[in-house]
Design a protein around this ligand. Sequence first.
Ligand code: HEC
Ligand code: HEC
Ligand code: HEC
Ligand code: HEC
Length: 182
Amino acid sequence: MTARPLIPLLAIALVALGVAATTPQADDATYIGANKCRMCHMPYFKAWSATKHAHAMAALAGESDAQKAMAAALKVEILESADRTDACVTCHVTGFRLTGGYPQPDSLKNVALATVGCEACHGPGSKHVSAGADDRRKMINGHPTAETCKTCHTATTSPKFDFEKMKGLVHATVSAAETPSK
Ligand code: HEC
Ligand code: HEC
Ligand code: HEC
Ligand code: HEC
Protein backbone atom coordinates (compact mmCIF):
# COMPACT_ATOMS: atom_id res chain seq x y z
CA MET A 1 0.00 0.00 0.00
CA THR A 2 1.31 3.44 -0.89
CA ALA A 3 0.96 6.13 1.76
CA ARG A 4 -0.18 9.41 0.24
CA PRO A 5 -0.57 12.76 1.92
CA LEU A 6 -4.10 13.57 0.68
CA ILE A 7 -6.63 13.60 3.52
CA PRO A 8 -9.58 12.25 1.47
CA LEU A 9 -7.54 9.13 0.78
CA LEU A 10 -7.24 8.39 4.46
CA ALA A 11 -10.57 6.60 4.55
CA ILE A 12 -9.53 4.20 1.83
CA ALA A 13 -6.10 3.75 3.36
CA LEU A 14 -7.87 2.68 6.56
CA VAL A 15 -9.95 0.14 4.62
CA ALA A 16 -6.72 -1.36 3.32
CA LEU A 17 -5.19 -1.39 6.81
CA GLY A 18 -8.24 -3.04 8.31
CA VAL A 19 -8.11 -5.78 5.72
CA ALA A 20 -4.37 -6.24 6.14
CA ALA A 21 -4.92 -6.70 9.87
CA THR A 22 -7.33 -9.60 9.37
CA THR A 23 -5.63 -11.26 6.37
CA PRO A 24 -1.87 -10.64 6.68
CA GLN A 25 -1.18 -13.24 3.99
CA ALA A 26 -2.90 -11.06 1.42
CA ASP A 27 -0.86 -7.95 2.30
CA ASP A 28 0.46 -7.32 -1.18
CA ALA A 29 -2.71 -8.29 -3.06
CA THR A 30 -3.97 -5.78 -5.64
CA TYR A 31 -7.43 -4.73 -6.86
CA ILE A 32 -8.74 -6.59 -9.90
CA GLY A 33 -12.37 -5.42 -10.21
CA ALA A 34 -15.74 -7.03 -9.50
CA ASN A 35 -16.00 -8.62 -12.96
CA LYS A 36 -13.20 -11.00 -12.01
CA CYS A 37 -15.26 -12.32 -9.09
CA ARG A 38 -18.31 -13.05 -11.22
CA MET A 39 -17.38 -16.42 -12.71
CA CYS A 40 -16.95 -18.13 -9.36
CA HIS A 41 -19.46 -16.11 -7.32
CA MET A 42 -22.38 -15.60 -9.70
CA PRO A 43 -25.14 -15.49 -7.02
CA TYR A 44 -23.24 -12.82 -5.06
CA PHE A 45 -22.40 -10.90 -8.21
CA LYS A 46 -26.03 -10.84 -9.34
CA ALA A 47 -27.33 -9.80 -5.93
CA TRP A 48 -24.68 -7.10 -5.59
CA SER A 49 -25.41 -5.81 -9.13
CA ALA A 50 -28.92 -4.91 -8.02
CA THR A 51 -27.66 -2.67 -5.17
CA LYS A 52 -26.72 1.00 -5.16
CA HIS A 53 -23.10 0.05 -4.52
CA ALA A 54 -22.92 -1.35 -8.06
CA HIS A 55 -23.92 2.07 -9.41
CA ALA A 56 -22.33 4.36 -6.86
CA MET A 57 -20.68 6.61 -9.48
CA ALA A 58 -24.13 7.45 -10.87
CA ALA A 59 -24.67 9.64 -7.81
CA LEU A 60 -21.71 11.77 -8.98
CA ALA A 61 -22.88 12.18 -12.59
CA GLY A 62 -24.29 15.49 -13.80
CA GLU A 63 -25.31 18.04 -11.20
CA SER A 64 -27.86 17.61 -8.44
CA ASP A 65 -29.07 19.18 -5.23
CA ALA A 66 -28.05 15.99 -3.40
CA GLN A 67 -24.46 16.51 -4.63
CA LYS A 68 -24.50 20.13 -3.47
CA ALA A 69 -25.84 19.10 -0.07
CA MET A 70 -23.13 16.43 0.28
CA ALA A 71 -20.42 18.88 -0.80
CA ALA A 72 -21.61 21.45 1.74
CA ALA A 73 -21.77 18.86 4.53
CA LEU A 74 -18.26 17.61 3.71
CA LYS A 75 -16.92 21.16 3.14
CA VAL A 76 -15.66 20.05 -0.27
CA GLU A 77 -15.59 22.35 -3.30
CA ILE A 78 -16.78 20.68 -6.51
CA LEU A 79 -14.59 22.21 -9.21
CA GLU A 80 -15.35 20.73 -12.65
CA SER A 81 -17.84 18.01 -11.76
CA ALA A 82 -18.39 15.68 -8.82
CA ASP A 83 -17.17 12.63 -10.76
CA ARG A 84 -13.83 14.41 -11.30
CA THR A 85 -13.50 15.66 -7.74
CA ASP A 86 -11.16 13.31 -5.85
CA ALA A 87 -12.74 14.17 -2.49
CA CYS A 88 -16.04 12.75 -3.78
CA VAL A 89 -14.80 9.90 -5.95
CA THR A 90 -12.78 8.33 -3.14
CA CYS A 91 -15.87 6.76 -1.49
CA HIS A 92 -17.87 6.05 -4.66
CA VAL A 93 -15.34 3.65 -6.26
CA THR A 94 -13.13 0.66 -5.37
CA GLY A 95 -9.50 1.02 -4.31
CA PHE A 96 -9.15 4.71 -5.15
CA ARG A 97 -5.53 5.40 -6.19
CA LEU A 98 -4.40 2.06 -4.68
CA THR A 99 -2.56 -0.55 -6.77
CA GLY A 100 -4.95 -1.97 -9.37
CA GLY A 101 -7.75 0.27 -8.08
CA TYR A 102 -9.73 3.14 -9.65
CA PRO A 103 -8.82 4.75 -12.03
CA GLN A 104 -7.33 2.34 -14.58
CA PRO A 105 -6.39 2.93 -18.24
CA ASP A 106 -8.19 -0.26 -19.34
CA SER A 107 -11.76 0.93 -19.83
CA LEU A 108 -13.48 -2.38 -18.99
CA LYS A 109 -11.52 -2.71 -15.77
CA ASN A 110 -12.20 0.93 -15.00
CA VAL A 111 -15.95 0.45 -15.34
CA ALA A 112 -15.79 -2.53 -12.96
CA LEU A 113 -13.90 -0.39 -10.43
CA ALA A 114 -16.20 2.63 -10.78
CA THR A 115 -18.51 0.95 -8.24
CA VAL A 116 -18.37 0.10 -4.55
CA GLY A 117 -17.34 -3.38 -5.62
CA CYS A 118 -16.69 -6.66 -3.82
CA GLU A 119 -13.14 -5.60 -3.01
CA ALA A 120 -14.26 -2.34 -1.36
CA CYS A 121 -15.44 -4.53 1.51
CA HIS A 122 -13.57 -7.83 1.08
CA GLY A 123 -10.20 -6.26 0.25
CA PRO A 124 -8.05 -6.58 -2.88
CA GLY A 125 -8.60 -9.96 -4.56
CA SER A 126 -5.61 -10.76 -6.79
CA LYS A 127 -4.08 -13.30 -4.44
CA HIS A 128 -7.42 -14.93 -3.63
CA VAL A 129 -7.89 -15.58 -7.35
CA SER A 130 -4.35 -16.80 -8.07
CA ALA A 131 -4.07 -18.96 -4.92
CA GLY A 132 -4.44 -22.72 -4.92
CA ALA A 133 -7.58 -24.22 -3.38
CA ASP A 134 -5.97 -24.75 0.03
CA ASP A 135 -4.94 -21.13 0.46
CA ARG A 136 -7.78 -19.37 -1.32
CA ARG A 137 -9.90 -18.61 1.72
CA LYS A 138 -6.95 -17.15 3.63
CA MET A 139 -6.34 -14.63 0.86
CA ILE A 140 -9.59 -12.66 1.22
CA ASN A 141 -11.44 -11.03 4.09
CA GLY A 142 -14.59 -13.12 4.41
CA HIS A 143 -15.95 -11.05 7.30
CA PRO A 144 -16.01 -7.31 6.69
CA THR A 145 -16.96 -5.50 9.92
CA ALA A 146 -18.77 -2.27 10.73
CA GLU A 147 -15.38 -0.54 10.70
CA THR A 148 -15.00 -1.38 7.00
CA CYS A 149 -18.34 0.23 6.19
CA LYS A 150 -17.74 3.25 8.39
CA THR A 151 -14.72 4.41 6.42
CA CYS A 152 -17.36 5.52 3.88
CA HIS A 153 -20.58 5.52 5.93
CA THR A 154 -19.49 8.27 8.31
CA ALA A 155 -21.64 10.38 10.64
CA THR A 156 -21.64 13.05 7.90
CA THR A 157 -22.24 10.96 4.78
CA SER A 158 -24.59 8.38 6.29
CA PRO A 159 -26.05 9.51 9.63
CA LYS A 160 -28.62 6.69 9.73
CA PHE A 161 -26.10 3.92 9.08
CA ASP A 162 -26.80 0.79 11.12
CA PHE A 163 -24.45 -2.12 10.43
CA GLU A 164 -26.65 -4.84 11.91
CA LYS A 165 -29.65 -3.73 9.85
CA MET A 166 -27.72 -3.07 6.64
CA LYS A 167 -25.06 -5.74 6.34
CA GLY A 168 -27.61 -8.21 5.00
CA LEU A 169 -28.49 -5.86 2.13
CA VAL A 170 -25.09 -5.83 0.40
CA HIS A 171 -25.84 -9.03 -1.51
CA ALA A 172 -29.24 -9.65 -0.07
CA THR A 173 -30.53 -12.74 -1.81
CA VAL A 174 -27.50 -14.94 -1.22
CA SER A 175 -27.09 -17.48 1.56
CA ALA A 176 -23.75 -18.73 2.86
CA ALA A 177 -24.60 -22.07 1.22
CA GLU A 178 -23.90 -20.42 -2.12
CA THR A 179 -20.24 -19.76 -1.35
CA PRO A 180 -18.50 -22.16 -3.72
CA SER A 181 -16.64 -25.04 -2.14
CA LYS A 182 -13.03 -25.53 -3.08
C1 HEC B 1 -11.43 -19.07 -9.52
C2 HEC B 1 -12.64 -18.94 -8.74
C3 HEC B 1 -12.77 -17.75 -7.80
C4 HEC B 1 -12.66 -16.42 -8.14
C5 HEC B 1 -12.30 -15.81 -9.48
C6 HEC B 1 -12.99 -15.69 -6.94
N1 HEC B 1 -13.28 -16.54 -5.91
FE1 HEC B 1 -13.84 -16.06 -4.03
N2 HEC B 1 -13.91 -18.02 -3.49
C7 HEC B 1 -13.68 -19.07 -4.35
C8 HEC B 1 -13.80 -20.33 -3.62
C9 HEC B 1 -13.64 -21.72 -4.22
C10 HEC B 1 -14.12 -19.98 -2.29
C11 HEC B 1 -14.31 -20.92 -1.11
C12 HEC B 1 -12.94 -21.23 -0.54
C13 HEC B 1 -12.91 -22.32 0.49
O1 HEC B 1 -13.95 -22.79 0.91
O2 HEC B 1 -11.79 -22.68 0.88
C14 HEC B 1 -14.18 -18.52 -2.25
C15 HEC B 1 -14.47 -17.78 -1.10
C16 HEC B 1 -14.63 -16.41 -1.09
C17 HEC B 1 -15.03 -15.64 0.07
C18 HEC B 1 -15.35 -16.20 1.44
C19 HEC B 1 -14.08 -16.29 2.26
C20 HEC B 1 -14.34 -16.78 3.66
O3 HEC B 1 -13.52 -16.48 4.56
O4 HEC B 1 -15.35 -17.42 3.90
C21 HEC B 1 -15.07 -14.33 -0.32
C22 HEC B 1 -15.42 -13.14 0.54
C23 HEC B 1 -14.69 -14.29 -1.71
N3 HEC B 1 -14.43 -15.55 -2.14
C24 HEC B 1 -14.62 -13.12 -2.44
C25 HEC B 1 -14.15 -13.05 -3.75
C26 HEC B 1 -13.91 -11.81 -4.45
C27 HEC B 1 -14.14 -10.43 -3.88
C28 HEC B 1 -13.46 -12.14 -5.70
C29 HEC B 1 -13.03 -11.20 -6.81
C30 HEC B 1 -11.98 -10.25 -6.44
C31 HEC B 1 -13.42 -13.59 -5.77
N4 HEC B 1 -13.82 -14.10 -4.57
C32 HEC B 1 -13.01 -14.31 -6.87
C33 HEC B 1 -13.39 -18.98 -5.69
C34 HEC B 1 -13.16 -17.82 -6.40
C1 HEC C 1 -16.49 9.45 3.28
C2 HEC C 1 -17.08 8.84 2.07
C3 HEC C 1 -17.85 9.73 1.11
C4 HEC C 1 -17.40 10.86 0.49
C5 HEC C 1 -16.06 11.56 0.67
C6 HEC C 1 -18.48 11.27 -0.39
N1 HEC C 1 -19.53 10.40 -0.32
FE1 HEC C 1 -21.28 10.54 -1.33
N2 HEC C 1 -22.03 8.99 -0.26
C7 HEC C 1 -21.32 8.26 0.65
C8 HEC C 1 -22.20 7.27 1.25
C9 HEC C 1 -21.81 6.26 2.31
C10 HEC C 1 -23.48 7.47 0.69
C11 HEC C 1 -24.76 6.69 1.02
C12 HEC C 1 -25.42 7.39 2.17
C13 HEC C 1 -26.63 6.64 2.68
O1 HEC C 1 -27.50 6.26 1.88
O2 HEC C 1 -26.70 6.45 3.90
C14 HEC C 1 -23.33 8.56 -0.27
C15 HEC C 1 -24.37 9.03 -1.06
C16 HEC C 1 -24.24 10.09 -1.95
C17 HEC C 1 -25.30 10.58 -2.80
C18 HEC C 1 -26.70 10.03 -2.87
C19 HEC C 1 -27.52 10.80 -1.88
C20 HEC C 1 -28.99 10.58 -2.10
O3 HEC C 1 -29.74 11.31 -1.46
O4 HEC C 1 -29.36 9.71 -2.89
C21 HEC C 1 -24.79 11.63 -3.52
C22 HEC C 1 -25.51 12.48 -4.56
C23 HEC C 1 -23.41 11.78 -3.12
N3 HEC C 1 -23.11 10.82 -2.17
C24 HEC C 1 -22.57 12.73 -3.63
C25 HEC C 1 -21.29 13.00 -3.13
C26 HEC C 1 -20.50 14.15 -3.51
C27 HEC C 1 -20.93 15.22 -4.51
C28 HEC C 1 -19.34 14.06 -2.83
C29 HEC C 1 -18.20 15.05 -2.80
C30 HEC C 1 -18.57 16.41 -2.44
C31 HEC C 1 -19.40 12.85 -2.01
N4 HEC C 1 -20.61 12.23 -2.24
C32 HEC C 1 -18.40 12.41 -1.18
C33 HEC C 1 -19.98 8.38 0.96
C34 HEC C 1 -19.20 9.45 0.60
C1 HEC D 1 -20.62 -3.27 0.94
C2 HEC D 1 -19.74 -4.33 1.36
C3 HEC D 1 -19.73 -5.62 0.56
C4 HEC D 1 -19.71 -5.75 -0.80
C5 HEC D 1 -19.69 -4.65 -1.85
C6 HEC D 1 -19.67 -7.16 -1.06
N1 HEC D 1 -19.69 -7.86 0.11
FE1 HEC D 1 -19.59 -9.88 0.31
N2 HEC D 1 -19.93 -9.70 2.33
C7 HEC D 1 -20.03 -8.51 3.00
C8 HEC D 1 -20.43 -8.79 4.37
C9 HEC D 1 -20.67 -7.74 5.46
C10 HEC D 1 -20.53 -10.20 4.49
C11 HEC D 1 -20.95 -11.02 5.71
C12 HEC D 1 -19.75 -11.30 6.52
C13 HEC D 1 -20.09 -12.04 7.78
O1 HEC D 1 -21.05 -12.82 7.79
O2 HEC D 1 -19.36 -11.84 8.75
C14 HEC D 1 -20.20 -10.75 3.18
C15 HEC D 1 -20.13 -12.12 2.88
C16 HEC D 1 -19.67 -12.63 1.65
C17 HEC D 1 -19.38 -14.02 1.38
C18 HEC D 1 -19.60 -15.17 2.35
C19 HEC D 1 -18.47 -15.33 3.30
C20 HEC D 1 -18.76 -16.53 4.22
O3 HEC D 1 -17.82 -17.15 4.65
O4 HEC D 1 -19.94 -16.82 4.46
C21 HEC D 1 -18.95 -14.09 0.07
C22 HEC D 1 -18.54 -15.34 -0.68
C23 HEC D 1 -18.98 -12.76 -0.47
N3 HEC D 1 -19.42 -11.89 0.52
C24 HEC D 1 -18.63 -12.44 -1.76
C25 HEC D 1 -18.84 -11.18 -2.33
C26 HEC D 1 -18.70 -10.90 -3.75
C27 HEC D 1 -18.28 -11.90 -4.80
C28 HEC D 1 -19.02 -9.59 -3.92
C29 HEC D 1 -19.12 -8.79 -5.19
C30 HEC D 1 -19.94 -9.36 -6.26
C31 HEC D 1 -19.31 -9.04 -2.59
N4 HEC D 1 -19.21 -10.04 -1.68
C32 HEC D 1 -19.61 -7.71 -2.32
C33 HEC D 1 -19.81 -7.25 2.48
C34 HEC D 1 -19.74 -6.94 1.13
C1 HEC E 1 -15.96 2.53 -0.53
C2 HEC E 1 -17.04 3.16 0.25
C3 HEC E 1 -18.14 2.30 0.83
C4 HEC E 1 -18.01 1.19 1.65
C5 HEC E 1 -16.73 0.53 2.14
C6 HEC E 1 -19.36 0.79 1.98
N1 HEC E 1 -20.28 1.59 1.36
FE1 HEC E 1 -22.30 1.41 1.44
N2 HEC E 1 -22.52 2.98 0.14
C7 HEC E 1 -21.47 3.72 -0.36
C8 HEC E 1 -21.99 4.72 -1.26
C9 HEC E 1 -21.17 5.77 -2.02
C10 HEC E 1 -23.38 4.55 -1.29
C11 HEC E 1 -24.40 5.38 -2.07
C12 HEC E 1 -24.57 4.86 -3.46
C13 HEC E 1 -25.62 5.65 -4.20
O1 HEC E 1 -26.62 6.11 -3.60
O2 HEC E 1 -25.48 5.79 -5.41
C14 HEC E 1 -23.68 3.43 -0.39
C15 HEC E 1 -24.96 2.92 -0.16
C16 HEC E 1 -25.24 1.90 0.71
C17 HEC E 1 -26.55 1.36 0.97
C18 HEC E 1 -27.82 1.78 0.24
C19 HEC E 1 -28.51 2.87 0.96
C20 HEC E 1 -29.80 3.19 0.28
O3 HEC E 1 -30.23 4.34 0.40
O4 HEC E 1 -30.38 2.32 -0.38
C21 HEC E 1 -26.42 0.38 1.93
C22 HEC E 1 -27.53 -0.46 2.55
C23 HEC E 1 -25.03 0.30 2.27
N3 HEC E 1 -24.34 1.21 1.50
C24 HEC E 1 -24.49 -0.56 3.21
C25 HEC E 1 -23.12 -0.78 3.42
C26 HEC E 1 -22.57 -1.75 4.34
C27 HEC E 1 -23.38 -2.64 5.25
C28 HEC E 1 -21.22 -1.67 4.22
C29 HEC E 1 -20.15 -2.50 4.91
C30 HEC E 1 -20.37 -3.95 4.97
C31 HEC E 1 -20.92 -0.64 3.22
N4 HEC E 1 -22.11 -0.12 2.78
C32 HEC E 1 -19.65 -0.28 2.82
C33 HEC E 1 -20.12 3.58 -0.07
C34 HEC E 1 -19.57 2.54 0.66
